[in-house]
Design a binder for this molecule. Sequence first.
Ligand code: SF4
Ligand code: SF4
Length: 116
Amino acid sequence: MAMKTGDAFEAKELPEEVKATLPNVYVDDLLMSLKYFIDEDKAHLRIIDQAVCARCEYKPCLYFCPVGVYTQGNDGRIQVAYQSCVECGSCRVGCPYKNIQWELPRGGFGVAYKFG
Ligand code: SF4
Ligand code: SF4
C-alpha cells in the first residue's frame, strides 16, 4: 500500500531468533574511540538547495545518517552538523534528490578510526 503524506514510518521489531544471531555491538562505544580533526574553515557537506528539501516528503536524511548529522531546525530548514560525520558515504546515495554535496574532508581533517 502506498504511503500518504503525514503517514509515520513504523519501526518493525526483529524476530527473537534473528536478534539472537546478531553480535553485541554498541555503536556509542565505537563512536567513543573515534578522533575528529575538525576543519572549522570548510564544511565538507552542504545542502545544495533548501527549497528542494522543503518539498522532500519524507526527508530520509533525518534517519539514514548513523550519527545524526542532519536535523530539522525550528524554521524547517535542514541543518548539517558536518563536524560529527564519520564519512560512511550514506548521504551520497540516500538523498532521493541528490541534494547533498558530499566530499571527503581536506587532507589532515576528518575522522580517524582506531583499529585493533
Ligand atoms: S533527503 Fe535530501 S532533499 Fe530530502 S530533506 Fe534531506 S537533504 Fe533535503
Ligand atoms: S557520510 Fe555518513 S556519517 Fe557523514 S553525514 Fe553522510 S550519512 Fe552521516
